[in-house]
Design a protein around this ligand. Structure first.
Ligand code: IVH
Length: 715
């Protein structure tokens, strides 16, 4: 996604920020492949908050500032509804912000002496929030946070984490939910990544992404092979009581706990790992001191932390303080500032991406920053290099915002000393030797030779990547090898690879060859939306691909669609539509697509509109004739939004049922929405927006009726 430009009006900038935030949320939560640092992400959110606070009329109910940020629920795992929402935390980046939070507590708790208020201070481990359910003392379910209301059932995977108890060690209420963080230790992460790099499989940007990726495995055996761990930090939903005798027993703290410290002690007794660094302190100044101390020791810990969670210790006050729409008022995350290190810039080189984009990157003398060793860092484009004025040979400041992506900030000023000469962008492609061109008005430079070997490698790597065709074992090195051996020139060639031929290659035994061929074969089952992502069409990410696949149902219908019809799909604007039409119009792409089809790849989207139907109602006929699925198209052209849980339908099933009847089921409410179906525990954003726009609301219990008749229930 291109760098944000300052927009002319706050409204335009707010819309742009929301888009950027959505995009980076998806990169982070869904693809486990963030493109920007947490600090840069936080900066986008802060800018949006500022605009919204200056212009309250621009606040929309579905703005990321009004919601718990998090992963949308995918189709891989069954959805789990959290009876108590799993919320986010508000952040404080400076002492003044921490004190500002305490001041707000003062206003909300006028009868409490704030000087004497205790806070539980806990390391904020950078992992994946997890809800664990125990019924009668036995582990029964694990669920991710998801969007805060609905998470994903990852029980089988979490059951493989050795430190998660399968039975509680103390008597507990009938139903007990324990919340905490699944994480991966820094050393384990580094070892895992090294192994993955050697095997040519996916590597992760940081331990958090690695933990998230390990949890999102279809095969629990894969999760079991990953070194995951867990810290418990909160008691969630509780149902039932502890037998009085057991509750009063001397050898474990009284149930129910009255304080957060008491909860932690109880969790520890129950057999959960609890951070040994958690401390209860009195007064916000002491909390700030704790933050400073822990920051000084952050790299002594064998796992990454990005701050401290400061919580009001008294659980009775939690009740009184309550929550905002996205975060509790009784806690705040004190985030550590980004770290800077100095190192030598050894060289600036250029890498070629799948679109031919030539990206300069810094080759650094390896330096330990933000919890890991950094040897390479992107410099984005020619202008950035010039702006930063970094030159090979300079001492430079490298900055890592707590985690994720390292950045070269600029040269360390040298007093009076000679500086090396400025770096010049190469004029030829390092891969194919063809010319590198930068078009006037653009910031990126491109190798325009579509036969460029490196472009081919990257196209195939992207095709096989996890968010695309998800072909295990096809990392960059492996693809490089296949290209060099002239076995593969484009993605379609993958599907004619034979295990016997592969087995002759270096570092390819009979077993890995067979596995690779099987993984490639299995990828034929991926739905159209994944294939669209895999093709690497400009501007088409997972969200756009899903929208297109849902609306058109088949590759043939998409290929036949003119740009204006593509642009009519909700979530697809003219820019994406133009890029898609252009992609299909290119005869080279058409040839690859024809081959992929002939090779037996799935070219349809399960559950999509009557395959091949245009995205909008045709305007002719009654709209009631059966589609290919045989279901009457009662909702042809109508957009029905679902919120909350519907009895008898999972979220996917509900959406599929709408789409199968010719309707659309977008994720948000607009003026064009025909009806909002409201199930149990609906999202506030959708119901409020429906009310604000006067969109009819249908009780979830009458969803089946709506499907059958296509009309709003009248009584
Ligand atoms: S308390 C309402 N305590 O930080 C949320 N969270 O945005 C209450 N985290 O991903 C969370 N360590 O999983 C809490 N000691 C701790 C934590 C912690 C890490 C994570 C949490 C969530 C994020 C909050």
């Amino acid at each position: 996604m291109s760098a944000p430009r300052r927009a002319a009006t706050p409204a335009v900038r707010a819309a742009e920020l929301r888009r950027l935030i959505e995009y980076h949320n998806e990169r982070y939560f869904v693809l486990d492949a963030p493109e920007i640092s947490d600090a840069d992400f936080d900066a986008l959110v802060r800018e949006l908050r500022q605009i919204e606070s200056d212009n309250p009329e621009l606040i929309t109910p579905d703005s990321p500032t009004q919601r718990v940020g998090g992963a949308p629920v995918t189709q891989l795992f069954a959805p789990v509804r959290h009876r108590i929402p799993m919320m986010s935390l508000d952040n404080a980046f400076e002492r003044a912000e921490l004190e500002g939070w305490a001041d707000r507590l003062r206003r909300l708790l006028p009868d409490v002496d704030l000087e004497k208020l205790d806070y539980s201070c806990e390391p904020k481990v950078d992992g994946v929030a997890m809800s664990l359910t125990y019924v009668d003392g036995r582990f029964t379910r694990a669920a991710t946070r998801g969007d805060g209301v609905t998470g994903e059932d990852v029980t089988a995977n979490v059951a493989t984490i050795g430190v998660v108890p399968h039975r509680l060690a103390i008597p507990a209420p009938h139903h007990l939910e324990v919340r905490g963080e699944v994480y991966m230790g820094t050393a384990d992460f580094a070892a895992l990544n090294e192994r993955a790099a050697a095997e040519g499989t996916k590597t992760f940007a940081n331990p958090r992404n690695s933990a998230a990726g390990s949890l999102r495995q279809k095969d629990p055996a894969v999760t079991a092979s990953r070194p995951l761990s867990f810290w418990a930090y909160q008691i969630g939903e509780v149902d039932g009581s502890v037998p009085e005798q057991a509750a009063a027993a001397d050898d474990h703290p009284l149930w129910p706990p009255a304080t957060q410290a008491g909860s932690l002690a109880l969790l520890k007794k129950a057999g959960f790992p609890v951070s040994p660094h958690a401390r209860t302190v009195r007064g916000v100044t002491a909390a700030f001191t704790y933050c400073g101390e822990l920051e000084g020791r952050r790299h002594d810990l064998p796992y990454e932390i990005d701050g401290v969670v400061v919580k009001v210790d008294d659980l009775g006050l939690h009740e009184r303080l309550g929550t905002t729409s996205r975060a509790p008022r009784w806690a705040i995350a004190f985030k550590f500032p980004p770290e800077d290190r100095t190192t030598r810039l050894l060289d600036i080189m250029v890498s070629i991406g799948r679109t031919g984009r030539a990206t300069p990157f810094a080759v650094l003398e390896p330096v330990f920053v933000g919890g890991s060793t950094v040897g390479l860092a992107t410099l984005h484009n020619e202008d950035q290099v010039r702006l930063k004025d970094v030159r090979p040979g300079d001492l430079v400041v490298v900055h890592k915002a707590g985690d994720v992506i390292p950045e070269v900030v600029g040269p360390v000023p040298v007093d009076g000393g000679e500086r090396p000469p400025p770096w010049a962008f190469p004029t030829v492609c390092p891969s194919c030797g063809g010319p590198l061109t930068r078009l006037p008005g653009e910031s990126d430079t491109y190798c325009t030779n579509i036969d460029c070997p490196q472009q081919r490698v990257q196209r195939v790597v992207h095709f096989a990547s996890r968010g695309a065709m998800d072909i295990e074992g096809l990392g960059e090195e492996r693809v490089h090898q296949l290209l060099q051996a002239a076995l593969v020139a484009d993605p379609a060639d993958l599907y004619v690879l034979e295990a016997d031929r592969l087995a002759g290659l270096e570092r390819m035994g009979a077993l890995s060859s067979a596995n690779l061929v099987a993984a490639i074969e299995a990828s034929k089952e991926r739905p159209l939306s994944r294939l669209l992502v895999a093709l690497g069409i400009r501007h088409v990410g997972p969200t756009g691909a899903r929208a297109l696949a849902q609306a058109f149902g088949s590759m043939d219908a998409l290929r036949a669609a003119p740009a204006d019809e593509l642009a009519a799909v909700e979530g697809v604007g003219p820019v994406i539509a133009e890029a898609v039409a252009e992609f299909f119009a290119n005869p080279l792409n058409a040839a690859v697509l024809d081959r992929l089809g002939a090779l037996g790849l799935t070219m349809t989207e399960p559950g999509a509109a009557g395959l091949g139907a245009p995205p909008r109602a045709s305007g002719s006929g009654t709209g009631l004739e059966g589609g290919e699925s045989g279901v009457p198209r009662t909702l042809a052209g109508k957009s029905v939004v679902v919120t909350g849980t519907l009895e008898g339908f999972t979220r996917e099933e509900a959406e599929e049922a709408i789409v199968a009847r010719g309707g659309k089921s977008p994720g948000s409410v607009s003026k064009k929405t025909f009806a909002v179906v409201v199930g149990e525990a609906p999202g506030a954003a959708k119901t409020e927006k429906a009310a604000a726009l006067g969109v009819p609301v249908v009780d979830g219990a009458r969803f089946a009726e709506l499907l059958e008749t296509g009309e709003l229930p009248t009584d």
